[in-house]
Design a protein around this ligand. Structure first.
Ligand code: C2G
Length: 129
C-alpha cells in the first residue's frame, strides 16, 4: 500500500485545492494531509487564515479522496511528519518546486502543476471589491 502525504493551508477551500488532493490520492492508495495551523500562518504570512484550523481540517477530512488529516505546526517538522505517518511519497504543488528536495532521502517527492487562475488571495480580493 502506497502512502501519500501532502501539506497546505486550504483556506477558503476552492477547486485548485480539491484537484491537487485528488491527484495526490491517485498517485497512491492512502492520502494523509497536513493542514497548517493558524499559528503557523500568522508566523509565515503575518495574518490568520479566514477559516480557523479546525474548520479547514474538517473540510479536508470530509473529502472522499482524503483518508487522514492532522495539524502541521511548522514547516521545519516536515521530515518528522513524513516519518511519523510512514509516507512513501510527498506531493506538493509546483509553487513549492525544489523546496522539499531534501526529503528525497526519506521518500519520493513529486511537485504537481497548480490549477491556473485560482487562488485564495484572488477569491478574497474578488469578494472585497
Ligand atoms: N494549489 C493548486 N492550485 C491552486 C492553488 C493551490 O494546486 N490554484 C495547491 C498548492 O500548490 C498546495 C495546495 O494546493 O500544494 C495547498 O495550497 P495552500 O493552501 O496555498 O498551501 P500553502 O499555504 O502553500 O501551505 O508545508 C507547506 C504549507 O503547509 C503549504
Amino acid at each position: 500500500m502506497k502512502r501519500v502525504i501532502t501539506f497546505g493551508t486550504f483556506d477558503v477551500f476552492h477547486v485548485g485545492h480539491l484537484r491537487i488532493l485528488e491527484r495526490a490520492r491517485a498517485l497512491g492508495d492512502y492520502l494523509i494531509v497536513g493542514v497548517s495551523t493558524d499559528a503557523m500562518n500568522i508566523d509565515k504570512k503575518g495574518r490568520a487564515p479566514i477559516y480557523p484550523q479546525d474548520e479547514r481540517r474538517e473540510i479536508v477530512l470530509g473529502l472522499a479522496c482524503v483518508d487522514e488529516a492532522f495539524y502541521e505546526e511548522s514547516l521545519a517538522l516536515k521530515g518528522e511528519y513524513i516519518q511519523r505517518y510512514q509516507a512513501d511519497l510527498l506531493v506538493m504543488g509546483d509553487d513549492w518546486a525544489g523546496r522539499f528536495d531534501e526529503f528525497r532521502r526519506l521518500c519520493e517527492v513529486i511537485y504537481l502543476p497548480r490549477t491556473p487562475s485560482i487562488s485564495t488571495t484572488a477569491v478574497i480580493e474578488r469578494v472585497r471589491r
